[in-house]
Write a protein that binds this ligand. Structure first.
Ligand SMILES: Cc1cc2nc3c(=O)[nH]c(=O)nc-3n(C[C@H](O)[C@H](O)[C@H](O)COP(=O)(O)O)c2cc1C
Ligand SMILES: O=C(O)C(=O)c1ccccc1
Length: 393
């Protein structure tokens, strides 16, 4: 058996060479640094959430209401973070979640993220709303694992074309986002009159698509771009979809499928009944329904409902290795990291994303072993206790 990857020492040994890390190792510090680096509008787009941003705060508060209870003398000399998730072998229970329009943060956008993810063997879930098209990102990811996120267009032929292209470009797993058939009420973007895709950013997969081009009467040019963007807006999502429509996904995708944006146990059961392979418990980082339940608060109910039938993934609020341990302990198989890597990209391009991933994986490994857990599979509810001031769970 090969030795488990040692993420922790890799970071510590930099100290031997008196080499400082390129960015802070406390990943929660990156947001403030990104705020200073980016335009107010680009930063507001990424950092912002819906309404009063109460849900974004609820996401963090939910993590803070759980505490880890470390256990001693349990032989944690070898802690293997590797897990299998929906047919993909991961070096750690971490994926890069889908984030659209990354070129507002760095010109190389998704290409830089794909390279960083591939360097560590971590899948990047490529957004439908990427600023580079899925074929270019696939090429940038080299031998790394590829996952694709679908925004399920009102135009069924376009959705089918995306799935066809994704298959051809080597994406193996599909994440279908259900919570964003339209953009929510986001005051920062509304007040700044800033929606990147209205400027043709984040539309690369659409503008390059033959079905999209046919619909607008030819390729997108500077002359018809305004009209192309309006067509994009009109067809972006479909509020009329119901559970019966999931058969469409199965007809057009033969690999594993996870539904993203599931918060209610009954919805999770319906996903299982419909033959899906997984769910992502997520409230889109608080960017959709302001006042919605904190994502971590919704996780135990979903795990109880379908944990034995589906792969349960989690996102919304993951910032540290301890956060990952808490999500695993509450039953997630793996987590999707989102805003922190976007800030890493903004601050350091490909190397910035690599830094974020290495830090998260090292901190995860340290937290697990110091808590007496020899691997992600060993984290269960019994390693958690409610914070003294927390309301009953
Ligand atoms: C700027 C930005 C763009 C996003 N774009 C997408 C997207 O294209 N598709 C998608 O499914 N989720 C998208 N998300 C949601 C993330 O995948 C994820 O659910 C959320 O960011 C998790 O919250 P956190 O970043 O606070 O941890 C986006 C999030 C941000 C911050
Ligand atoms: O901003 C978002 O949260 C998001 O999901 C999205 C949707 C469409 C285009 C770009 C990003």
């Amino acid at each position: 058996m090969s030795k488990p990857a040692d993420f922790q020492n890799e970071i510590y040994l930099n100290g031997l060479a008196d080499q400082r890390p390129p960015l802070p190792t406390d990943l929660t510090a990156l947001e403030e640094l990104a705020a200073a680096r980016l335009s107010a509008r680009a930063f507001g787009y990424v950092a912002g959430s819906a309404g009063t941003e109460a849900t974004a705060r609820a996401n963090r508060a939910a993590f803070d209401r759980w505490r880890i209870v470390p256990r001693m003398l349990r032989d944690v000399s070898s802690c293997d973070l590797a897990v299998d998730v929906l047919g993909t072998a991961l070096p750690a229970p971490v994926l890069l979640g889908p984030i659209g329009v990354l070129s507002i943060l760095h010109p190389e956008g998704e290409l830089a993220v794909a390279r960083a993810a591939a360097a560590l063997g971590v899948p990047m879930v490529l957004s439908s709303a990427a600023s580079h098209d899925m074929e270019a990102v696939a090429a940038a990811s080299g031998a790394g694992p590829r996952w694709f996120q679908l925004y399920w267009s009102k135009d069924r032929d376009l959705a089918a074309s995306f799935l066809e292209r994704a298959k051809k470009a080597g994406y193996t797993a599909l994440v279908v986002t259900l919570d964003t058939f339209t953009m929510a009420w986001r005051p920062r973007d509304l007040d700044g009159a800033y929606l990147p895709f209205l400027r043709g950013i984040g539309t690369a997969n659409y503008f390059s698509d033959p079905v999209f081009q046919r619909a607008i009467g030819g390729p997108v040019t500077p002359d018809n771009q305004g009209m192309a963007v309006l067509h994009w807006v009109a067809n972006f999502g479909n509020p009329a979809l119901t559970w019966d429509d999931l058969t469409f996904l199965r007809e057009h995708w033969d690999g594993p499928i996870a539904l993203k944006g599931i918060l209610h146990p009954d919805d999770a059961r319906r996903a299982a009944d419909a033959g899906m392979d997984g769910v992502v418990v997520s409230n889109h980082g608080g960017r959709q329904v302001d006042g919605s339940v904190g994502a971590l608060d919704a996780l135990p109910g979903v795990v109880e409902a379908v944990g034995d039938r589906l792969t349960v993934l989690f996102d919304s609020g993951v910032r540290t290795g301890a956060d990952v341990v808490k999500a695993l302990a509450l039953g997630a198989r793996a987590v999707l990291l989102a805003r922190p890597y976007a800030y890493g990209l903004a601050l350091g391009g490909e190397a910035g994303v690599r830094h974020v991933l290495r830090c998260l994986m090292a901190e995860l490994q340290l937290t697990l072993t110091l808590a007496g857990l020899a691997g992600p599979g060993e984290a269960g509810q019994e390693v958690l206790t409610p914070a003294p001031w927390a309301p009953a769970h």
